[in-house]
Design a protein around this ligand. Structure first.
Ligand code: SF4
Ligand code: SF4
Length: 340
């Protein structure tokens, strides 16, 4: 365990930024968001950023290839940019878990090398939550906000910040900062963890029964009449999917340039009426079907294919941002409620 006085945190951030690109959440007028560190930036203490940390590995838009056309000749141009090493500092436990959920999609065969490249270059410094929002419910998915994963985990205790390396990458990062860090005793961190856990149990959405979303009950959930009522007011705006750290659907499109074609991918949303539209039309005709797909994927299909891990991390972003106040908690309560 290592530690530093909070008053020396700016020095530590500068030291990291001198070695690698550094990103951290910074407070702005509309709340906290990640940005590349510049001298003078201070770490936000907000428990949730507006945009999730998935942007670092799965950006909203990226070029994949270009094609230059000359008569009947087509040249394929590799537009890939190799990433520099970077550090994301202050990632909360829910967003760290989202990386694991995305890994199981993008690093499964066939590996998405764009995503893989960014994962390989990143070192994640997580930060325990000391002031969760009322809409947080990560504990429901066995995520410990008081003891986050990552390459290095960090805790703010009083006027000190503690660090514990959890991977080889994390050890390397901490040893490169050795001159600024002092040895720390784990006792204050263990005490703080208990305090933070107690806060988690007091959150309003601390109890709901998701255990009913079992893969073996797939058809029962799929045919539940409650989907009609739940989806009735859904606008199909896709906000819930864009703010979600675990939503990973994308579209690939070609854009005609002066001398060829640029192929790019961009986030898509299962809530949109043209999602997965094919020559023989869209397989989901109604908003009910699209709405059901989003929640069945997170609560039934994903865990069925990924060792029981749910595709939601309880970050609460969709609770905060949906214009009709619909969210995954309401779905779980309504669909699972019959058996509760
Ligand atoms: S479904 Fe909602 S609460 Fe769950 S991870 Fe996505 S945005 Fe967060
Ligand atoms: S944010 Fe709300 S209204 Fe918009 S698509 Fe999602 S559930 Fe529907």
């Amino acid at each position: 365990m290592k530690k530093i006085q909070l008053s020396l945190l700016p020095k530590l951030l500068s030291a990291i930024a001198a070695k690698k690109a550094l990103y951290l959440p910074v407070d702005g007028k509309a709340g906290a968001d990640y940005k590349r560190y510049e001298e003078g930036d201070t770490l936000s203490r907000a428990c949730r950023t507006n945009r999730s940390a998935k942007d670092f590995f799965f950006p909203q838009v990226e070029d994949m290839a270009a094609f230059r056309v000359e008569g009947k000749k087509i040249e394929i141009i590799d537009t890939r940019k190799e990433n520099e090493d970077f550090v994301i500092f202050g990632v909360r436990a829910c967003d760290v878990r989202s990386f694991d959920i995305l890994d199981r999609v993008f690093l499964a065969d066939p590996v998405d090398t764009f995503y893989e490249n960014r994962r390989q270059h990143a070192t994640v410094v997580s930060l325990a939550c000391d002031a969760p929002e009322e809409t947080c419910f990560c504990r429901q998915f066995d995520i410990l906000a008081e003891d986050p994963a990552g390459d290095v985990a960090a805790w703010i205790v009083g006027d000190e910040m503690y660090f514990k390396a959890k991977t080889e990458k994390g050890k390397k990062l901490l040893s490169s900062l050795d001159v600024l860090l002092a040895d720390g005793d784990s006792a204050p961190v263990e005490k703080e963890k208990k305090h933070l856990e107690a806060i988690q149990h007091k959150l309003p959405i601390s109890e709901f029964n998701k255990e009913h979303f079992k893969p073996e009950d797939l058809m029962e959930h799929f045919n539940d009449p409650a989907w009609a009522e739940l989806s009735e007011a859904c606008l199909g705006c896709g906000t819930c999917t864009f703010v979600c750290p675990t939503c990973q659907c994308f579209d690939i499109r070609d854009f005609k340039t002066n001398d060829g074609v640029l192929r790019y991918r961009c986030w898509d949303s299962c809530m949109y009426s043209d999602f997965t539209k094919m020559a023989a039309e869209n397989p989901r005709h109604t908003q009910l079907e699209r709405f059901r797909q989003r929640f069945m994927h997170k609560l039934v299909y994903y865990p069925a294919n990924n060792d029981g891990i749910y595709g939601c991390v309880g970050c609460g972003r969709c609770l905060a941002k949906c214009p009709i106040s619909m969210n995954i908690v309401k779905v779980v309560k309504k669909i699972g409620g019959k058996k509760a």
